[in-house]
Design a protein around this ligand. Structure first.
Ligand code: FES
Length: 234
């Protein structure tokens, strides 16, 4: 017998001897799988009849308390979170509004009160209001007549003197040139009112532009007379 045929017959006899052992091992595996299947069926429970879907059984996590007590707890948590969110939103909005509102020094400048008896007739006073100069002129009767005698319809920015003052003797306007924002000089210029030296604008005794590059009359701010002797600007 050759060496090759001897080895082949040896392998065949070994394989024949191993078959029963392999069958026994397979049977054992199948048995174990059956046990596992049975235990997994115990772990997975489907609430639906004939369902092939395996749904994990979360029974061990289920609350042991009554449904009413669980509802009370859920409502309490939801309510507390809602309340906390509302308080946070209110604080945020409040902080935002406080930051955006005018500071105390700005509010203090919002209105300025002037005692008129301190301004003699024929004199100018310049005060600061909201960071800008304001001209207050106590006009004489001659100045009032001059302002009202002007043919205002032909002016560059047509406006009657009556529309620019509340009381004829008190002229109140912003001291900011309407050309490029310089502060005009009082009692100067070709029309006896104000003159802006920056580029040569002339305003009359009513603050209307009469000559030079400025396009508009001097602006009249909001003001009123709470008493006969008091002027409030703003
Ligand atoms: S800024 Fe007054 S004339 Fe130019």
């Amino acid at each position: 017998m050759s060496l090759a045929s001897a080895s082949s017959s040896l392998l065949r006899s070994c394989a024949r001897q191993q078959v029963p052992a392999a069958r026994a091992a397979l049977a054992s595996c199948q048995q174990q799988r059956g046990v596992a299947d049975a235990s997994s069926k115990a772990t997975f429970a489907s609430p639906f009849d004939n369902s092939t879907t395996k749904i994990p059984n979360f029974g061990k996590y289920a609350s042991s308390k009554s449904p009413r007590s669980n509802q009370v707890f859920s409502y309490f948590v939801a309510g507390a979170m809602g309340l906390g969110s509302a308080v946070g939103a209110k604080a945020t909005v409040q902080d935002f509004l406080v930051n955006m509102s005018a500071s105390a020094d700005v509010l203090a400048q919002a209105k300025v009160e002037i005692a008129l008896d301190s301004i003699p007739e024929g004199k100018n006073v310049i005060i600061k209001w909201r960071g800008k100069p304001v001209f207050i002129r106590h006009r004489t009767s001659g100045e009032i007549d001059e302002a009202r005698a002007t043919n205002w319809e032909s002016l560059r920015d047509p406006q009657s003197d009556e529309d620019r003052v509340q009381k004829p003797e008190w002229l109140v306007m912003l001291g900011v040139c309407t050309h490029l924002g310089c502060v005009p000089i009082g009692e100067a210029g070709d029309f006896g009112g104000w003159f802006c030296p920056c580029h040569g604008s002339h305003y009359d005794i009513s603050g209307r532009i009469r000559k030079g590059p400025a396009p508009l009359n001097l602006e009249v701010p909001a003001y009123n007379f709470p008493t006969e002797e008091t002027l409030v600007i703003g």
